[in-house]
Ligand binder design. Structure first.
Ligand SMILES: NC(=O)c1ccc[n+]([C@@H]2O[C@H](COP(=O)([O-])OP(=O)(O)OC[C@H]3O[C@@H](n4cnc5c(N)ncnc54)[C@H](OP(=O)(O)O)[C@@H]3O)[C@@H](O)[C@H]2O)c1
Length: 288
């Protein structure tokens, strides 16, 4: 029988690295550590080797279609399929809490549009009964929105792909031509591109689950908590190893019928549609 295969994107450091480490300890199969930069990826592999852990490695830049095509072909030829796919790669604001158009576009490309390319190219390789986990954020809960039009459209249980794509385009257009207003989002519109990208990612998860239900694949999104990584400049309540516990539970142990859910870092399933809830990200939590 073919060996089982797990893949984690953006796993040369941070939460993704800890998830790879945990999979190598708990999952009976091949575990892929992937990274956009080969040198950083190989250094991470060497670090795991020192612990007696041996991941497979492949270069994978989620914002580069050609890179995803190469990875797809590699998996097809060498493994035949994927059993667990964790879409973890992400970027947030580099310095300031408010985005220029250029930075906003890059954040959306990496955190959201990449998932559409991965959906197109890699999801056909995910085997029946497989598991996909999209690492979202508290920024991805619907309660991050204040704009009434988008709350109304995205809180409908039958929202469509068009709704999600138009939501993201609306934001990018607004950022470009100066019509986007900070009050359209919670927390006075801080890290707006990241919020839009993660709301779109969690919405996309729901659409993906509907598409893959007939193959009994589970697709969920989650908020990993505020974790001490380079992304938060070391601020956070959790170490990367602690933060990896719930993602590992979701892909290895949770019931297969946990599907299309938005999951909190403690494993609790939240109602993603509850736009009045208090689950949105507050930038004051970044102050040490
Ligand atoms: N830390 C938190 O508190 C927190 C909270 C909520 C959600 N999250 C989410 O958790 C995930 C992991 O974040 P983290 O905190 O572990 O951040 P991190 O330490 O900065 O790691 C991010 C990883 O993503 C990779 N990456 C960025 N762009 C990529 C691309 N185009 N292709 C492939 N890989 C790419 C990075 O690679 P390079 O080394 O090449 O940059 C790095 O390996 C992200 O999706 C993030 O949004 C984190």
């Amino acid at each position: 029988m073919a060996k089982k295969v797990a893949v984690v994107t953006g796993s040369n450091k941070g939460i993704g690295f800890a998830i790879v480490k945990g999979l190598l300890q708990k999952f009976d199969g091949v575990v892929y550590l992937t990274s956009r930069d080969e040198g950083r990826g190989q250094a991470a592999v060497a670090e795991l080797n020192k612990l007696g852990l041996y991941p497979a490695y492949y270069q994978l830049d989620v914002a580069d279609r050609e890179s995803i095509v190469r990875f797809r072909d590699h998996i097809k030829e060498t493994q035949g399929g994927i059993d667990i796919l964790i879409n973890n790669a992400g970027v947030a604001n580099s310095v300031k809490l408010y985005n220029t158009y250029e930075e906003g576009k890059e954040i959306i490309d990496i955190n959201y549009y990449s998932i559409l390319t991965i959906q197109e190219l890699l999801y056909p390789l995910v085997r029946n009964n497989g598991r996909i986990l999209n690492i979202s954020s508290d920024c991805g809960h619907l309660s991050n929105l204040r704009n009434k039009h988008w709350i109304e459209r995205l809180s409908k249980r039958d929202f469509t792909q068009e709704d999600v794509l138009e939501f993201v385009s609306w934001y990018l257009e607004g950022l470009k031509n100066g019509t986007f207003k900070n009050e359209e989002l919670a927390d006075e519109g801080t890290i707006s591109a990241y919020r839009i990208a993660k709301v779109a990612l969690s919405a996309q998860t729901i659409l993906q689950q509907k598409q893959l239900a007939s193959r009994n694949i589970s697709v969920n999104s989650m908020h990993p908590g505020l974790v001490q990584t380079d992304m938060t400049k070391g601020v956070g309540f959790f170490s990367i190893d602690d933060a990896a516990k719930t993602p590992l539970y979701i892909v290895l142990e949770a019931p297969q019928d946990l599907k299309g859910a938005y999951i909190w870092y403690d494993g609790k399933v939240l109602d993603w549609y509850d736009y009045n809830a208090d689950y949105y990200f507050k930038s004051k939590t970044l102050t040490p």
